[in-house]
Design a protein around this ligand. Structure first.
Ligand SMILES: [Fe+2]
Ligand SMILES: [Fe+2]
Length: 164
C-alpha cells in the first residue's frame, strides 16, 4: 500500500511548484523543515508522528500556493480541508486535528491543544534554527526558550549567541 504522507507530499509539491514563486527555495525548505520538527516533537510528546508531519506539510499552504500571507492560517485550514477530503485517505477526526492546528498556528502567544502547540513549536524551531546567526523574533523567543529546555539544551547560550 502506498504511504499516504508521500501521496500528500507529491500533491503539495505539485501545487507549490506550479506557482513558480521567487520564494520557492524558502517555501520548500520551510515546509519540509517544519514537517520534520513536527515529527520530532510528536516522538517526544507521544503524539501521532504522521499526523504531526501532515500538519507541518500543510500549515502554510495558502501563501505558498499563491495566496497572501494575511490571514493565511484560517484560509489555509480551509484549503487543507479540501485537499485532505479530496484524497479520501483521512478520517473526519484526523482532518479536524490537522485543520484546527493550521488555523491556530499563528497564535504563538496562547496555549491550545497538543497538536496545535506542536505545530506552533515546530514552526518556531524552523524559523529559529534556519540560521542561528539571525535574530529571533520577539514573539517567538519564549517558545524557543521553552523548546531548548524541553530538549535539555543550554538555552542561555543559544538564545543570546547571535548578539555576541
Ligand atoms: Fe504560517
Ligand atoms: Fe510556517
Amino acid at each position: 500500500m502506498e504511504n499516504r504522507l508521500e501521496i500528500l507530499r507529491n500533491k503539495i509539491d505539485n501545487i507549490i511548484l506550479n506557482e513558480k514563486s521567487d520564494h520557492i527555495r524558502m517555501y520548500i525548505s520551510h515546509m519540509y523543515g517544519v514537517a520534520r520538527f513536527c515529527t520530532l516533537l510528536a516522538m517526544k510528546r507521544n503524539l501521532n508522528v504522521e499526523l504531526a508531519a501532515t500538519c507541518g506539510m500543510l500549515h502554510d499552504i495558502f501563501y505558498m500556493s499563491g495566496g497572501s500571507s494575511e490571514n493565511h492560517a484560517a484560509k489555509g485550514a480551509k484549503q487543507a480541508e479540501t485537499i485532505l477530503k479530496t484524497m479520501r485517505l483521512y478520517s473526519d477526526d484526523e482532518i479536524k486535528i490537522v485543520t484546527t492546528a493550521i488555523s491556530r498556528h499563528r497564535d504563538k502567544t496562547h496555549m491550545h491543544e497538543p497538536y496545535d502547540e506542536l505545530l506552533k513549536d515546530a514552526d518556531v524551531m524552523d524559523h529559529c534554527l534556519y540560521n542561528t546567526a539571525f535574530p529571533i523574533a520577539q514573539w517567538e523567543m519564549e517558545r524557543y526558550r521553552n523548546l531548548l529546555i524541553e530538549f535539555g539544551i543550554n538555552e542561555t547560550k543559544c538564545v543570546y549567541s547571535y548578539t555576541n
